[in-house]
Design a protein around this ligand. Sequence first.
Ligand SMILES: [Zn+2]
Ligand SMILES: [Zn+2]
Length: 249
Amino acid sequence: MVYIIVFFVLHWFSSVFFQTTFLHRYASHKMFTTGKIREKIFHVLTWMSQGSSYLVPRAYAVMHRMHHDFSDTAQDPHSPHFFKDVFSMMIKTKGIYTNLVTGKLTAASKYCQDLPVWEKFEKFAGSYATRIAWSLFYIAFYLITIIKCDLSYFWLLLLPIHFLMGPIHGAIVNWCGHKYGYSNFDNKDKSKNTEPIGFLLMGELFQNNHHKFPTSANFAKKWFEFDPTYFILVVMNAFGIIKLVKNKS
Ligand SMILES: [Zn+2]
Ligand SMILES: [Zn+2]
């Protein structure tokens, strides 16, 4: 049992970490800079952590920039206040995201500046073959562990979470972070800080703070708040792996 729990926790937190670090704070908001090679290493690690649910960074960033501009209005790609449940929000978000990946939807140029584009790798990582290979790897891990450790086959029910890890994290942040919790600031939207479950998304659920200070790498703004990802970024900055961009907030 312990192997499955460790595998699940590792997959969950590595995926959250690279989503918030690379897709959100770097690709979308440029809160830090890093070299071209390190950008590619981040990209590969993001793919490895998201696996079958890999999200193309440039499309994620464009959609996310639109979310900030239109937060909780009808043009917001994923405001929970325009959907009856989280699944319909996920389906609509996937549609917009896919159209941005394929180029069917062209966003205004202001959303497309300075994106981490790596077409060859995006094609490989986002292909059906690669996604299916990751899914088979998850299935194999579970089956081998269940058989070797004589566990219940009910553990297989966790597999859909592995298959859809990236979008599930996005959905939790977009749904809960704009619906449940408290507000520190009036952002003219419905963004919230969803505590005490914020640690599960490594700071991403400080949506109210983040919408107020969208370029600030530290999502925690009050003395009682803590953003674990920012702490890691400060360490990486100290080691010269990244360079945090100084800003007013
Ligand atoms: Zn938001
Ligand atoms: Zn953001």
